[in-house]
Every structure is written in structure tokens, then in C-alpha cells.
Design a protein around this ligand. Structure first.
Ligand code: HEC
Length: 158
């Protein structure tokens, strides 16, 4: 009987030792367990996982390109409407938004003060200010045209 008990104990002991081997993969260190460090490492890992999920979601969303806002003058007066029409002849040199064109030596006039614009155009028409390039365009303008042009150009972005 005793021999049987010893035999069973030895067999159980043998298997226990082989199973103990399974715990090898646990990190074994003689350093003291640092809970704060453990928490930090775990949070860092979680953050990476969350970032990956976010990136996946972003990739799924269809990319919509926002259209660039187009600048338009609110043509809410008769003067502005006429000014807008008359300005179509000036676009070649001064540009759609009155930003000017280097190739034409034409200065920026968009957003300039109304009074300044009107004075300059009137002076060009009367010959006080000589502007040979613009002369053919200015000659035909009436005082009302000049007033409307000034009103419109002053509304363009500076
Ligand atoms: C053929 C090109 C051309 C066209 C078309 C033209 N301009 Fe000009 N404009 C010029 C040039 C070049 C100057 C600069 C002249 C100078 O050096 O004095 C100028 C100057 C001006 C100035 C003076 C700007 C300043 O800061 O003193 C005003 C205002 C102006 N133009 C308005 C107009 C208007 C309004 C029209 C349309 C009716 C027009 N221009 C059409 C070429 C043009």
C-alpha cells in the first residue's frame, strides 16, 4: 500500500513539474511591480489601437472636397448692375476681381475708394492724367458710367 501511495505521489509530482514549465512564457523579472508604469504602457497600447480604428473609419469616409468660395458682388442697386456690365471691358487688363495684371502693367484697383477711382477715370478722360493705354476705353464713358464703375470696383475685394 505504501509503495502504491509513493508511486502515485511520484507520478503526480512528475506531471506537476512538466506543467510548471508552461509558465515559462510569463515575463519573470526581479524588478518590483510598478503599477503606474504598467498603467501607462497599457494606455499607450490602447491609444495606438484607437488611432488605428480612427484611421480605418477615416479611410471609409468618402472625401468631399469643399468648393472654393467664389467672390461675387451683391448687385443690389441699379448702379452696381450697370457698373458690373461696364467693368467687363476692363477685365482684360485689371482682372475679374480688379487685382491688376503685371503683363499689362495694369494696377490693382479692386476695393479702391470710390472717390479715388472716379477722380482718376475723370482725369484720364479730361486729359489731366495721361494714360494712353486706357484712353480708348475711357473716352466713351459718360459721367454716369464713371460713377457706376466706381461704385462697382470699390465693392471688389481689396
Ligand atoms: C488695355 C489695358 C487696360 C484696360 C482695358 C483698362 N485699363 Fe485701367 N489701367 C491700365 C493701365 C496700364 C493703368 C496704369 C496707367 C498709369 O500708369 O498711369 C491703368 C490705371 C487705371 C486706374 C488708376 C489706378 C490708380 O491706382 O491710379 C483706374 C481707376 C483704372 N485703370 C480703371 C479702369 C477701368 C474702369 C477700366 C474699364 C473701363 C479700365 N481701367 C480698363 C490698363 C487698362
Amino acid at each position: 500500500m505504501t509503495r502504491l501511495v509513493v508511486f502515485v505521489v511520484v507520478v503526480i509530482g512528475f506531471f506537476s513539474i512538466t506543467f510548471l514549465d508552461d509558465f515559462k512564457h510569463f515575463p519573470r523579472t526581479n524588478k518590483a511591480f510598478d503599477y503606474q508604469l504598467f498603467k501607462k504602457e497599457r494606455n499607450d497600447k490602447l491609444k495606438i489601437l484607437v488611432d488605428i480604428e480612427h484611421a480605418k473609419l477615416e479611410a471609409l469616409e468618402p472625401k468631399v472636397e469643399k468648393p472654393k468660395p467664389v467672390f461675387t458682388v451683391d448687385l443690389n442697386t441699379e448702379g452696381l448692375k450697370r457698373g458690373h456690365k461696364l467693368y467687363s471691358k476692363c477685365i482684360v487688363c485689371h482682372g475679374k476681381l480688379g487685382k491688376g495684371k503685371k503683363s499689362q502693367n495694369a494696377p490693382k484697383i479692386g476695393g479702391q475708394f470710390n472717390l479715388y477711382l472716379v477722380t482718376q477715370i475723370k482725369d484720364m478722360k479730361s486729359g489731366v492724367r495721361i494714360n494712353k493705354i486706357m484712353n480708348p476705353y475711357v473716352k466713351k464713358l459718360s459721367n454716369q458710367d464713371i460713377k457706376d464703375l466706381g461704385e462697382y470696383i470699390a465693392k471688389l475685394p481689396w
